[in-house]
Ligand binder design. Sequence first.
Ligand code: FMN
Ligand code: SF4
Ligand code: FES
Length: 531
Amino acid sequence: MDLAELLEISEKERRKKKPLEIHCCVAASCVSSNSQSIKDKLTEILRNQNLADKVDVIGVGCLGLCSKGPLLRNSQSGEFYCNVSLDNVEEILKDLKGEKCRIEKISPDDPFYKKQMHIVLENSGKIDPESIESYIANGGYITLYQVLHEMTPQEVIEEITKSGLRGRGGAGYPTGLKWSLVAKSVAEKKFVVCNADEGDPGAFMDRSVLESDPHKIIEGMTIAAYAVGAQQGYIYIRGEYPLAISRLQTAIRQAKKYGLLGSQIFEANFDFKIDLRIGAGAFVCGEETALMQSIEGKRGTPYPRPPYPAEYGLWGYPTLINNVETFANVVPIIRNGSEWFSKIGTENSKGTKVFALAGKIARTGLIEVPMGTTLREIVEEIGGGVPNKGKIKAIQTGGPSGGCIPASKLDTPVDYESLIELGSMMGSGGMIVMDENTNMVEVAKFFMEFSKDESCGKCIPCRAGTYEIHNILSKILNGEATQYDFEKLKLLCKMVKETSLCGLGQSAPNPVLSTIMNFEDEYLSLLKEDI
Ligand SMILES: Cc1cc2nc3c(=O)[nH]c(=O)nc-3n(C[C@H](O)[C@H](O)[C@H](O)COP(=O)(O)O)c2cc1C
Ligand code: SF4
Ligand code: FES
């Protein structure tokens, strides 16, 4: 493959485009509500009406407003058709003919869409995730060509560093710094790993990105491999994501066929391969050292760092590990320049963040907003607030490692530091809205149950501590705990945080500590008198 061939594929694909396209979401949530059959039926209706040469029905990735799925979009008006079913799909045809349509429609100017900014999701809902040609026609793989022919590895790393991108897997480690550490490590082999384990309850950002735009991750990983000097990549993805796995398998096969993975990519002196590794769904395998153990075929348990994977990773070789969303930012940053990216967001948190918006909220789904957007804008304007005029009580971010932010802090701009100050954390992007009927002690117990079950058991503070914290929370909820138990709970949380081996144990007490910090009265009201 050379540049002329790439441009020819792009041109050919663009020439095939019909004047009007109906984009039908074929990401997991809509597929589970039958969107694939809806797509087939609409295609058949258009064919029967001799409209097939004017209108095309294209399967695309997530269109964002998953709670209104199956969701389809009219490419000309930009309007979305909501809750489409096999019974009402003909109504879309009426709309195309200018007749009255009985399907709920949402304008692209609706606050759900208007307030967002798509960088990671720039192709989601626009291209066919199963077609490399569709990705190429949207500018795909041109950036990789430019990187391989016009930039040195050092220049690529400098761009990523200057952009201010921080890892989206949870901790927010500066990506450019991580890349430069791997690049500096001298070894005969190096690896690049994409962490697609995504085990937090309520989180589905990475799954959605992979189902909607898998080539963007392949292109981002390949650019990273060139920058750090790696020859082999792995995408570690959980087995519970069959659609994302199959789309990745298709994408890797297509990229290999066009010579975009393999030897001498774009006729440059650079070889890179990507293989999938399917995890069995243990939350701890998202932790980078456990993940590497799992890739090596061992039991997925963490081990102490240093040495960090950048120096001593897979099979002892330097390894770059980044999250799906981190890799998804690479192509836009190189294409548009670090200066463009660094102007988006806040002083210390650049770019955008994808959130899986869920819970007691009118509109749930996948959103992407600039860092610095306030929680209020996200949950009230984009999410439409609590249905039936209910009140927001708290927002949970960061999953089992995060915490619950009270409604009084809704005007906080979302970035890495501000969420930590509120006793929570950005995490990978799960955001669960809770209404006034939520019992915050129960919420803490729910997350502690998760951490207790997912603890790998390797170190005692986490193995025994999460179990004991869970016991005390049950005792409090049953009205059997005293002030003594409550004090013990706080001490235990501190001990587990400070002495656990890996991030799972170190952050497991956060949902308890943050609910104590913001909703202590609820705990106190459940305590019985000391005897
Ligand atoms: C218990 C636990 C689970 C984790 N799960 C994930 C995960 O599913 N995806 C992810 O990218 N990072 C996860 N991480 C963070 C990774 O260890 C690592 O920091 C991250 O993949 C680095 O990528 P980034 O620099 O792009 O954020 C987890 C960490 C812990 C402690
Ligand atoms: S902190 Fe928990 S999950 Fe991590 S190594 Fe220890 S027991 Fe395993
Ligand atoms: S999965 Fe269809 S809109 Fe999100």
